[in-house]
Design a protein around this ligand. Structure first.
Ligand SMILES: [Zn+2]
Length: 283
């Protein structure tokens, strides 16, 4: 059960109240850890390439590598574009063989976000590819105090049905208090807003900015209707710290010790999230 669009897995997650994590990868070591964790935990998993990484010279080869690895896996694995910045970037990802794409028009006026999302959905659906869009804007954790507390960019529940109906999108990322990267302060999540959005539409809902949320917050958002959770920063910060520690303490740190430790760290950390979100054993 190999490379798939994650839509069916997320519909099941929505019905059975767990969440499938989406891990951003930037290299082969983090990718390997993600595949090993999915195998160890018998869990469906989304491996994502970030929009800017799609412009690297190795992007097409990275996509091909992940596709091949996923085809050999016993678990459903999606290769997804994260935060696609334009129609063209989403088309490029589809051309490279991604099975799901996220288009992020959350900084645009609503009608522009709708128009571009709709155009991407039309092409993607003709090819069996799932599309995620963002309504409201999930900001950056480094600016959290200035907007998180002020609820800037939170998803307007009144716009949700219109957006989903007009675009035909499959997954919806919502802004309910989380932010990307490391938080300046503690994340405050508006569960009432999430429940309100959940009542208005029937498609799987997505939480971005998983790094820094507490285990209770994760359990609460899943209970309130989140079916996909994006985590990236924590994986890289945790692994980076572990490698620095080894480099400092080992007498003569060897390259291969560091790379195998990196894979081990990603495996362990991704496995932790698969367990926490309830995705383990769902194959
Ligand atoms: Zn995100």
């Amino acid at each position: 059960m190999p490379l798939v669009s994650i839509l069916n897995e997320l519909k099941r997650a929505q019905r059975e109240r767990y969440a499938v994590p989406c891990f951003d990868t930037f290299d082969l070591f983090s990718t390997e850890g993600m595949f090993l964790a999915a195998a160890q935990k018998a869990a469906p998993t989304i491996i994502a390439i970030y929009d800017s990484a799609l412009n690297r010279p190795n992007a097409r080869a990275m996509a091909a590598y992940i596709r091949t690895r996923a085809k050999e896996a016993a678990q459903p694995i999606s290769l997804m574009l994260d935060h696609g910045s334009s129609f063209e970037q989403c088309m490029k990802a589809i051309h490279y063989g991604f099975t799901d794409v996220m288009y992020d028009g959350s900084r645009l006026p609503l009608e522009e976000n709708i128009a571009t999302t709709k155009a991407i959905v039309r092409v993607a659906h003709a090819m069996g590819i799932g599309v995620e869009a963002e309504l409201g804007h999930v900001g950056s954790g480094s600016e959290y105090r200035s907007y998180g507390a002020q609820r800037k960019g939170f998803t307007d529940p009144a716009a949700v049905e219109h957006f989903v109906q007009e675009t035909g999108v499959d997954l919806l990322a919502v802004a309910i208090g989380t932010a990307h990267g490391l938080y300046d302060g503690d994340p405050q999540i508006d569960l009432e807003l999430l429940r309100n959005i959940r009542r208005r539409v029937d498609i799987p809902l997505v939480l971005h900015g998983g790094t820094g949320c507490s285990e209770k917050q994760f359990r609460d958002v899943i209970e309130a209707g989140i079916s996909k959770i994006n985590v990236a920063t924590d994986l890289f910060v945790t692994t980076g710290k572990r490698l620095v520690e080894i480099a400092k303490t080992a007498e003569a740190p060897r390259y291969f010790d560091l790379t195998s430790k990196a894979i081990e760290s990603f495996t362990e950390r991704c496995g932790y999230y698969l367990d926490l979100f309830g995705a383990s054993g769902r194959v």
